[in-house]
Design a protein around this ligand. Structure first.
Ligand code: BGC
Length: 764
């Protein structure tokens, strides 16, 4: 029965109104000794030194190239450190990855300058976005989109902890990860850098990664761990145009409930820093939004970490966003709003202008002190004052076999089986045509942020790893594999450019084989160069699959892409579809293991895969965004047909769900609901299954969502084995944020759902 909801009733002061007192919620206690040392250091600093600490430069402006080698220049270093006392350096020169030995020496030299200049070590930051992005010979894991598809926080924590180890081995203490933007628009070129479209999934995986990177104690990050800078705060993933770094517009209640949630959880867990969304929300660039930077992120939570801009985003305030007339105005707006460190990254005029602004009374000294305190605290927490540099000898596992196998396991667990009409696993001895532009490319397996920003040189740097083709040859035998790509990318051009296709050759090759492995998708890209005009998979690649289908040979379609490219016209032509997303250096081996049936599939879609270009949605749409036919004169309807829903993924075994039950069918706000379900492996082989608990609020004063993920866990079941999974769900988690920025749990009916099971409960 549908129950009418009463007037919206505030539940508790968990997330509070934007005015008035708030209960601070960080779940670590600052270290009194560190706080004392921060104050001592701060008390002896000049204004110039303080502003220097707030400045971050790219390494490119501190040196020059001598052939293949980048070297630091004494005069540039003297200027930056001795004169301006800058506090931080970022990025790899080029940007192209360097050896850990080079990093050891380079960061040590930078620290020598910094310590001589003002007695404060530098904090060096690198985008180790999916492992050893910028440290050569290290381990590259699957991209974050894959980690989301694992629905497994332990797997993500392990990837982060290995990345931390290898980053610290290179003497770098800080990474601009994890990325917890919600990928809610498939057009956006950074979909793959995140854990998917859902806020709970992003919160759980993001928090696990912060723990993996930083280790157990946010006050004391040891020499095997690194500080994090979560990014990009916030709502970066929903630009109205779909283009990177362009404005987002959304109601504040949705911002609070969804986009803020992962950042809140991670800063409460002690993330050392946060990087800001380069773009704007509702007309205000995030870099000048005092409410979101200072009030929400710092004051409400009590978080004592540090906020850094994204690349050149103070410049962008006056050059791109047009909210300031000149750079000094832009600096005042950003620093007063709560920015602590400016990723300049090329200019030192930031320092001169900020010093002037302080002297003119436009930026209060208290704000400068607050910013510097946060920066110093981060450096103390990373242990840099006591041990500014690491010793590479302490890191014997760097890029070794143990880490490679961890990356392979991660890749295995993050590839999604979307369709299988019984053709998989492939049988040994079958002859296989490996085709498509993604079949023989380490660049495609890795995506962007791999050795270089755009990932273009991965085939050079990762040549010792197997492409899909090479892994298939090894696993199924050279004699059984025929390779004819049919379509190839122009690797010297823009990421979407392809060469003149040779589809006929692939079709001819298909005559010799039993099955076709068509590896399609995207070439690598990152950020704005990855913008697109058409969400469909390239016409040439679709033509290839259509031509191959005419041969009558069964097709296994492998999708290797950073975001969901539309394939609704070729999907029906495939007997099986595997979405490997961007699985990293071990992606080829992992796929071959899965296709051979050595391992089982267990991943699920971390976002909704659209079927049509004008039918874009997320699983948690508001119910009236999707309606069936409303019969009448005009038969209104609004239907959105998707290719694969969020949370969808198959296995070589089958799971049967039964007996969903909850210990309370009537509940109140403070209750905990114990929700149980029996899951049985009804197939003939072992398999892992992510069990997802969704809720639906039947009637609410803000249009309710079709479903919301409330909890999930991954279990491992032997054939025939049954297990009871129990979730303890605080009833308050069913609340939503209202127009008043308060959480509301309204009386009435809710449905809890796990797989094909549902149970109705009622809030008093
Ligand atoms: C990106 C960030 C990155 C930063 C530093 C920016 O362009 O948006 O994700 O961390 O550069 O490399």
């Amino acid at each position: 029965m549908r129950l009418m909801k009463q007037l919206a009733m505030p539940v508790v002061a968990g997330l509070l109104a934007t005015t008035g007192a708030f209960a601070q919620s960080i779940n670590y206690v600052p270290d009194a000794n560190i706080e004392r040392r921060v104050e001592q250091t701060l008390s002896r600093m000049t204004l110039e030194e303080k502003v220097g600490q707030m400045t971050e430069l790219a390494i490119d402006v501190l040196g020059h190239w001598e052939g293949e080698k980048f070297v630091l220049d004494k005069d540039k270093m003297d200027n930056a450190f001795m004169r301006y006392k800058i506090g931080s350096v970022l990025n790899t020169p080029g940007p192209v990855a360097q050896t850990p030995e080079w990093w050891q020496q380079t960061i040590r030299t930078i620290n020598d300058y910094s310590l001589r200049a003002c007695g404060i070590p530098t904090v060096y930051g690198l985008d180790q976005n999916h492992g050893a992005t910028y440290t050569l010979r290290g381990t590259l894991f699957p991209q974050n989109t894959n980690l989301g598809a694992s629905f497994d926080p332990d797997l993500a924590r392990r990837a982060a902890s290995i990345t931390a180890y290898e980053t610290r081995a290179a003497n770098c203490p800080w990474t601009y990860s994890p990325t917890v933007d919600l990928s809610r628009d498939p057009r956006w070129p950074r979909v793959w850098e995140n854990f998917g479209e859902d806020c709970l999934l992003s919160t759980v995986i993001g928090k696990a990664m912060v723990e993996g990177f930083q280790g157990p104690d946010p006050n004391h990050i040891d020499k095997y761990h690194i500080g994090t800078s979560m990014k990009h705060y916030m709502a970066y993933g929903i630009p109205r145009t779909g283009k990177d770094r362009t404005p987002a517009y959304l109601p504040e209640w949705e911002l609070r409930e969804k986009h803020f949630a992962p950042f809140k959880a991670c800063v409460e867990a002690g993330a050392t820093s946060v990087m800001v969304n380069s773009a704007s929300i509702n007309g205000t660039p995030m870099h000048i939004n005092a409410k979101y930077l200072t009030q929400w992120l710092k004051e409400e939570t009590g978080w004592d970490g540090m906020i850094v801009t994204d690349w050149a985003d103070i410049e962008n305030l006056w050059k791109r966003e047009m909210v300031a007339a000149n750079k000094k105005d832009a600096i005042c707006l950003a620093i007063n709003a709560g920015i602590d460190m400016a990723m300049e990254p090329f200019n030192l005029d930031f320092c001169d202008l900020l010093i002037e602004a302080v002297r003119e009374g436009r930026v209060p000294m208290t704000r400068i002190d607050d910013a510097v305190r946060r920066i110093l605290r981060m450096k103390y927490r990373m242990g840099l004052f006591d041990m500014p540099n690491t010793d590479i000898k302490d890191y014997p596992k760097y890029g070794g076999e143990e880490h490679r196998l961890a990356a392979q396991d991660a890749a295995v667990q993050t590839m999604i089986l979307l369709k299988n009409k019984g053709i998989l696993p492939l049988k040994q001895g079958q002859k296989i045509l490996v085709t498509g532009p993604n079949a023989n490319s380490m660049r495609c397996l890795n995506g962007g942020w791999s050795y270089t920003w755009q990932g273009k040189d991965a085939d050079k740097f990762a040549s010792s790893h197997n492409t899909i083709l090479e892994a298939m040859q090894q696993r199924f035998g050279n004699a059984n594999i025929v390779y004819e790509p049919g379509v190839t990318y122009n690797n010297d051009g823009l990421y979407w450019e392809e060469n003149e296709p040779q589809i006929d050759r692939a079709v001819r090759a298909a005559a010799q084989v039993d099955v076709i492995l068509a590896c399609v998708g995207e070439n690598s890209y990152a950020e704005t160069p990855g913008n697109l005009d058409d969400l469909a998979l390239s016409a040439k690649q679709r033509d290839l699959v259509k031509a191959l289908a005419k041969t009558g040979k069964p097709i296994v379609l492998v999708l290797n892409e950073g975001r969901p490219r539309l394939i609704s016209d070729i999907e029906p032509l495939a007997e099986a579809v595997v979405n490997i997303l961007l699985p990293g250096n071990e992606g080829g081996n992992a796929l071959a293991r899965l296709l051979a049936g050595v391992d089982n599939f267990s991943a699920k879609m971390p976002y909704t895969y659209p079927r049509y270009s004008a039918s874009l949605t997320t699983y948690d749409y508001r119910v009236s965004e999707m309606t069936g036919t409303m019969e009448g004169a005009y038969d209104y309807n609004a239907q959105v047909d998707v290719q694969w829903p969020f949370g969808f993924g198959l296995s070589y075994t089958t799971f049967d769900y039964s007996n969903l039950r909850v210990d309370k069918t009537e509940f109140s706000a403070g209750d905990v609901l114990n929700v149980s379900v029996d899951v049985k492996n009804t197939g003939s082989r072992a398999g892992k299954e992510s069990v997802l608990l969704f809720s639906r609020d039947i009637v609410a004063s803000i249009i309710p969502e079709a479903r919301r993920l409330r909890a999930f866990t991954k279990i491992d079941l032997q054939p025939g084995e049954q297990r009871t999974v129990t979730f303890s769900l605080p009833a308050n988690d069913l609340a939503f944020v209202g127009y008043d920025d308060q959480r509301h749990l309204e009386p009435g009916e809710f449905v809890l759902q796990i797989a094909n099971q549902a149970v109705h409960i009622n809030c008093r």
